[in-house]
Every structure is written in C-alpha cells, then in structure tokens.
Design a protein around this ligand. Structure first.
Ligand SMILES: [Zn+2]
Length: 278
C-alpha cells in the first residue's frame, strides 16, 4: 500500500512563482478545480490526503466539507505557503496552527512543509506540531536537490525529532513519511511526484515504486492541485528555467497519475497509519 498527498494550493503559492508576483492580484483560480480532482479520485476509488494552504479555506470554507465528505483527509500546508525557515516565522507558525485548527474543526493531524522546507533551521516546527496534536509529517526528501533534501535520510517511515531529522529517534512522537526516491542512471533522484512525474519517464517512477514494494516500504507520493487541473493555472511570465520547472508537461500529469493509480494501490496518510497501526 502506498500513500498519496495532494498539495492543495493556488497559482500564486509555488515558491518559484512568488518572485514574479509583484503587483498581481492574488485571486484564486486553481481552487475551482477541486471538483475535478475529487471526481477523478472517486472514479479511481482512491482516498488521498489534501495538504491545504489555509487561506484557501478562508476564501472558500466549503472545500473542507467537500474533501472530508468523500472520505479524504485534510492536512496542513501553512496558511499562506510560507517557507518554515523564513526569518521570524516561528511565532507566526504557532498562530497559523491554531487558525487552521479553527478552520478545519481540529481535524488536521498531518503536515507538509511548503517546498519541503523542514531542515535544521526550521526543526523547531516538529515540537510545535507535536504540542498541537499532530501525529505525522511528510516533508523530508531523501536526496539533495538544488532546492531541498537530505543525502542520508531514512526512506521508510520513522520517528523524527528536532535533533534527528534524517534518522529514527526512538524518543520521537511525530512519524515522518519521507518522499519516494528512485534511481536514474545510477544516481538517486526524487521519483515522488510533482515536477518529477512530469519530467522523468514514467517507467523510472514505476520502477522505484516496485523497488519499495519489494522492501515493504510505502511509496509516499505528492502532487499539486494545479498539476492535476492545469486549465485553472494561469501562465505567468518567468525565466526559462522557472517556466520549465513550473509548466513542463503539465497537460500530461493527470493521465500519468491515472496510470500509476491503475497499477499501484494508494491511500491517505491517516488510512495508512490506521491500517498498519503506526
Ligand atoms: Zn506547496
């Protein structure tokens, strides 16, 4: 059994886009694709965890019921998609957790850091999450990329603490679900979704899931709402590199996800935790 998390955010949230926003009005549009994503999951008979950027719930509170009523889980992705290691975010994060709890009737037990920004500068977040009733996190990429990641992290779920981000700490109270990685030409690469499912051959992704299955490790997968509904994603003018990372092959993401969900079993974090008694 594998795990599917959907980072539910709008067009102005991705870090690469934020630097091109200047005066642009931030009116959510990707949010209108929720019904399409829910229909897709229903047809595939798959439950997922939606890591929602909290301000979207303020804008449209009914998205909570829509997600929950279909058996999916709601998780926290900060209120405004702020990096955890941004200066002075610590105090604001505590306020944001409380705000999100109020917006979600205290249902959220899982967290994903925007742009996988959980690192040794922001590891204070772990204790804060535990103190606020959170039971798991999924923000560690077990390979170093230009934007995030760790070289020596565990690949199977483990107990994480602020002193031990990469390895199991028996004293830990938060379960970490590291993202799926695989091999390409002998090198370790993320194969867990997002840009990688659009860029890499799907065979590389499938192979990595099969490798994890052999080791009896769940593949933790992530996909952005705007990748599943690119018709609601406006085209922002950016540098060639940023445009490539953001928009490359968006039109094929849904069909690639469809193929993976056909071949492999996925569920939400909460259902996985319950099933395997973690
Ligand atoms: Zn995000």
């Amino acid at each position: 059994m594998n795990i599917l998390g959907i980072d539910f955010e709008d067009w102005f949230h991705p870090q690469l886009i934020q630097r091109y926003l200047d005066g642009k009005k931030r009116t959510p549009t990707v949010i209108n694709g929720l019904d399409k994503i829910l229909d897709f999951l229903r047809i595939k008979n798959v439950y997922a965890t939606f890591f929602v950027v909290g301000e979207l719930l303020e804008y449209k509170p009914e998205i909570l019921d829509k997600i929950i009523n279909q058996g999916h889980e709601i998780g926290f992705h900060t209120m405004h998609h702020t990096r955890l290691d941004e200066p002075n975010f610590k105090e604001k994060f505590q306020e944001e957790i409380i705000k999100f709890a109020n917006l979600t009737e205290k249902r959220s037990r899982g967290f994903r850091a925007p742009t996988f920004s959980l690192n040794y500068q922001s590891s204070w977040a772990i204790e804060m999450l535990v103190n606020n009733g959170y039971s798991y996190d999924s923000s560690i990429m077990p390979v170093k990329t230009s934007m995030y990641g760790f070289t020596n992290s565990e690949i199977k779920p483990y107990k994480i603490t602020s002193k031990s981000l990469e390895k199991n700490d028996p004293e830990g109270e938060l379960i970490e679900f590291p993202l799926l990685v695989g091999k390409l030409l002998g090198r370790t690469v993320p194969t867990s979704g997002g840009f990688y499912i659009r860029f890499l051959p799907l065979s590389v992704i499938k192979k990595s899931i099969i490798e994890y299955e052999k080791m009896r490790i769940p593949s933790t997968f992530y996909i952005h709402s705007w990748e599943l509904t690119p018709e609601f994603m406006p085209k922002i003018s950016m540098s060639i590199k940023d445009r490539f990372i953001t928009y490359h092959n968006l039109k094929n993401t849904l069909s690639r996800m469809d193929e993976l969900l056909k071949k492999f079993e996925f569920t939400s974090f909460s259902r996985y935790i319950q099933k395997y008694n973690l």
